[in-house]
Ligand binder design. Structure first.
Ligand code: GDP
Ligand code: MG
Length: 441
């Protein structure tokens, strides 16, 4: 798709003042390319009309037509992916019950594990309930994932009624004040009788705060009808698209969102728990339109983010401030420059860090990064000072759990940070940092 769409868009630039005719041809080509990418025909037609209207409204001959069409296509796709309905926002003050629905093999159980890991790392109390009593081994699969993630789970080998399991599981985790309860359901096969009834009964029994439709990104056009079916049966609040690794075209996602008018919240891109990222409409559309592959695009985004982070860290250090996020940023830029041990001495303000840390630096760095990944934003930014927090020990334990490390290792990182922060603060006061050129960092 990417290539043909781009070719269509490029055609506009090679023809000087694009005529009505040329624009019509290009719009037709774009439409064909979108349909090839599994976007439903009805949607493409509607989109075409909207774009046409937009271009006619601004039919000033001085405006570059190629840019206009390109931007109109992008904007239209992005707005289709951002329905008026906002995604459900979880509250830390209650038990958020989230039910996952979708066909068998769509990736529900895997996605629940990814979702659980994502929020557990951010410090939420997460739990899982397995209501798939239909597929053999379903409970074992969830149990294995939960154990790996060190997240509590509920299920049964003997109870056949998923509604009973759901009720009991949710009741237990509510009582234990879990902040998130993830409910895994059975998918069965397309059109199999009883699937929707079962979902409705579970839904009625536990009254979920949000129902997430898990959709196989490789399924293409078929997904549109599927999404409609699930939407009509239960109140789908958000969508997660899986399997967007490999050659998935992803256009089906557009159709699904349009069908359910529910926002996409995450994308899955592999079988590992880490292959999971919050959804961003703009980068998704960039991929769909073939402006660079998604990894390249993400890398670019990341490098911009890194540069921003470096600037902030530098500004902090000049003021004699050094947060855990600054430490993270320093680790990141150092690891990119090659062997840590070699470059550490070269970093302004970080001289002597290498000898202080000792041992295998690159291995230590990795562990430290895992640990910092489990910090909350407030902890990273120093809005909550872990060093002096009254619940310091509890936080350390949570972070150790989230990062799969020992509290002693977290403690080690805290000591390192304290040491560096002390150095930076001294240098900040003595004005030593002020002489450094910000742009060189
Ligand atoms: P469920 O029946 O909906 O619960 O689906 P599962 O979670 O059991 O997943 C079905 C298969 O798809 C498993 O082999 C998963 O490893 C695989 N899977 C799930 N999500 C992804 C993904 O994002 N990418 C890839 N490549 N495979 C995935
Ligand atoms: Mg499953």
């Amino acid at each position: 798709l990417g290539r043909s769409l781009r070719a269509s868009l490029n055609k506009l630039s090679t023809i000087g003042g694009a005529s009505e005719e040329v624009i019509a041809t290009v719009l037709n080509e774009i439409s064909r390319a979108l349909i090839e990418a599994d976007v439903s025909v009805g949607l493409v037609k509607a989109m075409k009309e909207k774009i046409k209207a937009k271009i006619e409204l601004t039919s000033d001959s001085h405006i570059n037509k190629k840019k206009l069409v390109q931007k109109a296509v992008q904007d239209e796709l992005v707005s289709m992916l951002q329905p008026a309905t906002k995604p459900y926002l979880m509250s830390r003050k209650k038990t958020n019950v989230i039910m996952f629905v979708g066909l068998q093999g769509a990736g529900k159980t895997t996605t629940i594990a990814k979702f659980a890991g994502y929020y557990a790392r951010k410090g939420w109390k997460v739990s899982m309930v397995c209501c798939d009593s239909f597929r053999a081994g379903a409970f074992d699969q969830l149990k294995q994932n939960a154990t790996k993630l060190r997240v509590p789970f509920y299920g049964s080998y003997t109870e056949a009624d998923p509604v009973v399991i759901a009720e009991k599981g949710v009741a237990q985790f509510r009582k234990e004040k879990y902040e998130i309860v993830l409910i895994d359901t059975s998918g069965r096969h397309r059109q199999e009788a009883g699937l929707f009834e079962e979902m409705q009964e579970i839904s009625a029994a536990v009254d979920p705060d949000n129902t997430v439709f898990v959709m196989d990104g490789t399924q293409g056009q078929a997904v549109y009808d599927q999404a409609m079916g699930f939407h009509d049966a239960v109140d789908v609040g958000s969508v997660i698209v899986t399997k967007l690794d490999g050659h998935a075209k992803g256009g089906g996602a557009l159709s699904a969102v349009a069908a359910t008018a529910s926002p996409i919240i995450f994308l899955g891109s592999g079988e590992k728990f880490d292959d999971f990222e919050p959804f961003n409409a703009k980068s998704f559309v960039a991929k769909l339109l073939g402006f660079g592959d998604i990894r390249g695009f993400m890398d670019e985004l990341q490098s911009v983010k890194d540069k921003d982070a470096e600037k902030k860290t530098q500004a902090n250090m000049i003021k004699g401030k050094f947060t855990f996020r600054d430490l993270y940023t320093k680790f990141e830029s150092m690891s990119k420059m090659g062997s840590l041990s070699k470059v550490m001495g070269m970093m302004p303000g970080m001289g002597g860090m290498a000898s202080m840390m000792g041992g295998d630096m690159d291995a230590k760095f990795k562990t430290f990064k895992f640990i910092l990944d489990s910090f909350s934003d407030d902890e990273l930014d120093g809005k909550i000072d872990i060093h002096t927090a009254p619940d310091r020990q509890k936080r350390i334990e949570r972070i150790a759990r989230g990062s799969g490390t020992h509290p002693a290792q977290v403690e080690g990182l805290l000591q390192q940070h304290k040491m560096f922060a002390g150095m930076v603060s001294k240098m900040g006061k003595s004005g030593m940092m002020g002489g450094m050129d910000e742009k060189k960092m």
